[in-house]
Design a protein around this ligand. Structure first.
Ligand code: ADP
Length: 165
């Protein structure tokens, strides 16, 4: 019998906080577009991590970046990433790797996810060298201190008119 997974659409979830979505994240999605039929960028709502930008704003910014890419959709979820993937019928999770410490952290998450559902594969993509120092934390720090972080953000992000509460 043919394994149904060979004829199904290849759907990947790119989970993260994306607080905010940076050019590093954008580059991962654009490269991954060559591999998948559909990519769902999914903002995990994590009660341990307070938000900097409201979730609606983060989703809107990401929507604008991929306005013309039909294969990309934006969503958010509470709870376990693996359960969200199951709900979306996604067979893949994409994660980006910048450093060796990213690898250690990501490896343990991927192994736990694999033990919960071995049919869902986590794929790691190495960051392009020019983006390896770009992090959402750095962008938030620049903004918090009134600096201009626009060079780390996709072109469509308009943070100028955004007030931090
Ligand atoms: P999380 O809170 O889940 O780590 P992030 O929004 O910080 O969420 O990151 C989401 C994913 O994007 C992670 O796999 C992370 O390693 C990856 N990532 C973050 N910054 C970059 C970058 N500059 N280049 C490539 N991948 C990145």
């Amino acid at each position: 019998m043919t394994d149904k997974r060979y004829i199904m659409e290849r759907i990947a979830v790119f989970p993260g906080s994306f607080d905010p979505f940076t050019i590093g994240h954008e580059s991962i999605v654009r490269r991954a577009l060559l591999l998948f039929d559909k990519i769902i960028i999914a903002i995990g709502v994590n009660s341990n991590k307070p938000d900097f930008f409201p979730i609606e704003k983060r989703m809107q910014w990401i929507k604008e970046v991929f306005e013309f890419d039909e294969k990309v959709s934006i969503s958010n979820y509470n709870g376990l990433t693996i359960e969200f993937c199951q709900k979306m019928n996604a067979q893949f999770i994409i994660r980006g790797l910048r450093t060796a410490s990213d690898f250690d952290y990501e490896r343990s998450i991927a192994l736990v996810n694999q033990s919960m559902d071995s049919k869902i594969e986590t794929l790691f993509m190495l960051t392009a060298p020019e983006y390896s120092a770009v992090t959402s934390t750095l962008v938030r720090d620049i903004i918090r201190h009134g600096g201009d972080a626009s060079k780390f953000l996709p072109n469509s992000h308009d943070l100028k008119n955004f007030r931090i509460h």
